[in-house]
Design a protein around this ligand. Structure first.
Ligand code: PMP
Length: 399
């Protein structure tokens, strides 16, 4: 008898389930505001010019497709650290961090989770309420107990920072706290610089282990601004982890490119931590794929491509901001019994719009507009061609 017979049905996570429903929807006017993908003015996923040039350069070199080092190439790893900490930052000159190429940001989280399971096997992992759906699942799959700390405040549409801090103070020493560096997914609400400073102190005083997820660097306020949390924790000279994703910032979703970075208070332990992380990779998928990393490395290490990329990233960032402004102002003009100006204060691709599960269902059933039941909208999928329709549909379901 097949051992698979005993597998109970495994549900997809809500995002993937809705994405499948969207794919099966035959209405031509259907609109996907579910998945976290940036689309341009024409509704297409852009291939950045910087990426295209790097690819051409890479192909022209005609390099053989050898295995890559388990941890990725030195140039890639250095570029990741430059982006995170700033070039010539103290972490880099003191060699206090180890970076490994990973299979997307998810892979970076997974390397980090497996590593932490080895050194903090009994730790509780705290994720924000709400958080990216996969955080809880991923840390549970790595064997951790996962709890949620207060984060979203539905009244103010901001962060319940006091409750968050109060909760974190109750966690046992050695607990792991997963933090979104910028462009919080799903709410769009980020901590202020002062709140980050308080959190650096709080985690230090309570011996909590920070794990920073940075999947949207450059989509919030700017490359350096969005890395503030990472840089503040680095200045505190303690151990912490970072998972980087380049899926969004390079529009390289399917290339699965990201990184895990382990920062150590003491440079003497870095090589040991890196050795353990490499062992985990080796016994999981052996070594990482070439293409995405080669592109990211080429763009970041070629000054002309790097500045082109920064301007392309800036364009995506400003376009999303413009969509936020137009969405908020258009909804407010329709007098829906409350202001939507909070959408402008949020960062990144997503907005917790305040729409209910019932609203989401009507949007889906009656208008072919797919948003998550939590009311999360991907603002990065709005454009001048679909905004009016979305505003009209939301107005219809809310009024
Ligand atoms: N963390 C967060 C907060 C995300 O939103 C995402 C992507 N949706 C990831 C990690 C994973 O990124 P990747 O697609 O590069 O694995």
């Amino acid at each position: 008898q097949s051992p698979f017979l005993h597998i109970p049905g495994t549900p997809l996570d809500p995002i993937m389930a809705l994405f499948e429903a969207y794919n099966h929807d035959s209405r031509p006017e259907k609109l996907n505001l579910v998945v976290g993908v940036y689309t341009d003015e024409n509704g297409s996923i852009p291939i950045l010019d910087s990426v295209r040039s790097a690819e051409q350069e890479w192909f022209a070199q005609g390099k053989p497709k050898n295995y890559r080092p388990i941890e990725g190439t030195p140039g890639f790893r250095r570029s990741v650290q430059d982006l995170l900490f700033g070039e010539d930052s103290e972490v880099i000159t003191d060699q206090r961090a180890a970076t490994l190429q990973s299979v997307g940001g998810t892979g970076g989280l997974k390397i980090g989770a497996d590593l932490l399971k080895k050194v903090l096997p009994d730790a509780v992992v705290a994720v924000s309420d709400p958080s990216w759906e996969n955080h809880r699942a991923l840390f549970e799959a790595a064997g951790f107990k996962v709890v949620s700390y207060p984060y979203h405040d539905p009244q103010s549409h901001g962060v319940r920072f006091d409750s968050m801090c109060a909760f974190l103070r109750t966690l046992p020493a050695g607990s792991i706290v997963v933090l979104h560096a910028c462009c919080h997914n799903p709410t769009g609400s980020d901590l202020s610089p002062d709140q980050w400073r308080m959190l650096v102190d709080l985690t230090g005083e309570n011996d909590l282990f920070p794990f920073i997820d940075i999947a949207y660097q450059g989509f919030g306020r700017g490359l350096a601004e969005d890395a503030l949390a990472v840089r503040l924790f680095a200045q505190a000279h303690r151990d912490f982890l970072i998972a980087s994703s380049f899926s969004k910032s390079f529009s390289l979703y399917g290339e699965r490119i990201g990184a895990a970075t382990i920062v150590c208070g003491d440079p003497a332990v870095v090589s040991r931590v890196e050795g353990l992380a490499k062992r985990l990779v080796r016994t999981n998928y052996s070594n990482p794929p070439t293409h995405g990393a080669a592109i990211v490395e080429t763009v970041l290490r070629t000054p002309s491509l790097r500045s082109l990329w920064e301007s392309e990233l800036g364009h995506m960032r400003t376009r999303i901001r413009r969509m936020r402004e137009q969405l908020a102002d258009a909804l407010d003009r329709n007098d829906l019994g409350g202001s939507f100006q909070f959408i402008k204060a949020q960062n990144g691709m997503f907005s917790y719009s305040g729409l209910s599960a019932e609203h989401a269902k009507t949007l889906r059933d009656d208008f072919g507009i797919y948003v998550l039941d939590t009311g999360r909208i991907c603002v990065a999928a709005l454009n001048d061609g679909n905004l009016d329709r979305v505003v009209r549909a939301i107005t219809h379901v809310v009024k």
